[in-house]
Design a protein around this ligand. Structure first.
Ligand code: DQA
Length: 146
């Protein structure tokens, strides 16, 4: 099974940006966690990050026919991007949305997620562990061990 993990803008600044909200773990720590868990689970994972909406759209398009599941934290684009929603719909790959912080208990604008209706599941406010939960969901429901 192949899973693509996509992280959106400013997530490369984890560990530096608002540690009271996102924690002290760095983007590198997050990558290590995801790769370590995928090795343990026997799945092939690619971890991608971009600050650019267009690059994320292209990465999703390139996943067509190549990956079995997507884990995506579109970060701020969650609340604005119809283009990312449309790209996910176009490739129609099982997708799980992740947010490190509890977007439901923050500003009103963070309660809007354009991609949520398309996603099989959303994992919100569980920190880095949310990515592991998302991987597990895809492996259990769409992987060889289903
Ligand atoms: C985030 C929440 C978003 O509202 C914010 O813009 C982010 C990160 C999260 O993981 O909690 O950059 O997606």
């Amino acid at each position: 099974m192949k899973i693509l993990v996509i992280n959106g803008p400013n997530l490369n600044m984890l560990g530096i940006r608002e540690p009271d909200i996102y924690g002290k773990g760095t983007y590198c720590d997050l990558k290590d966690l995801i790769i370590g868990y995928s090795v343990k689970s026997g799945v092939d994972v690619e971890v991608y990050q971009s600050n650019s909406e267009g690059a994320i759209v292209e990465k999703i398009q390139d996943a067509y026919g190549e990956v079995d599941g997507i884990v995506i934290n579109p970060a701020a684009y969650t609340h604005t991007s119809i283009a990312i929603l449309d790209a996910l719909k176009a490739v129609d790959i099982p997708t799980v949305e992740v947010h490190i912080s509890d977007v439901e208990s923050r500003e009103e604008f963070r309660k809007v997620s354009y991609i949520r209706p398309f996603c099989k599941k959303s994992v919100i406010g569980k920190g880095f562990a949310g990515y592991v939960e998302a991987l597990d969901y895809l492996i259990d429901n769409y992987g060889d061990r289903k």
